[in-house]
Design a protein around this ligand. Sequence first.
Ligand code: CA
Length: 230
Amino acid sequence: MAKRIAIVEDEAELASLLEYNLTRHGYETRIFGGSKDTLKGLEQYKPDLVVLDVMLPEMDGFELCRQIRQSAALGRASVLFLTARSDEVDRVLGLEIGGDDYMTKPFSPRELVARVKARLRREEMDAEPAVLEIGPFHLDRNARRVVQAGRELPLTATEFNLLEFFLTHRGRAYSREQLLESVWGAQRYVTPRTVDVHIRRLREQIEEQPENPRRLTTVRGFGYRFEEPA
Ligand code: CA
């Protein structure tokens, strides 16, 4: 199901620019103008994340954030502030306000999408169980360890992330671009070739015959697939 994002921003042009970019990345969005009714609207919409402008016409974003945090219907929503002044940043992240992240105007829509994605991903991870038992693999998210058939794998941080992704997304083919997007996320100074390098290293650890992989297979002309363990 598509994640819902509420855009609370009174500048109509900026609001539709954000809506356009978030929708394009598969999110469901709704724009709120930041009037006194906005809290009620948000409670009905129940967004996963609120993009919240600080300077709103009828109240300030800080006050609205406080109300969001106190609302039973909105308790779990993340809040990403949009601020026009860098000196507001300390307040945004202050405990009494309870924002999760912020962006200072002007910013690129691309950067905002990356932040939204990162935030929602972090939330998903928090909701996931700490230990996974899949076939011969025992993955402990808190300890960031993977034991395969009783032997701990000496994984780098990226190899761990990659294996964790595959263990939780078994049986489906993923392109290099999709893997970059999901595993490397916002830090996109890596190329599709990077994926191949890490796949090869991961195979050396988890395959009996890395040159003839049975678990992490190549999908010709497309990418890779992690086979459901027998
Ligand atoms: Ca504004």
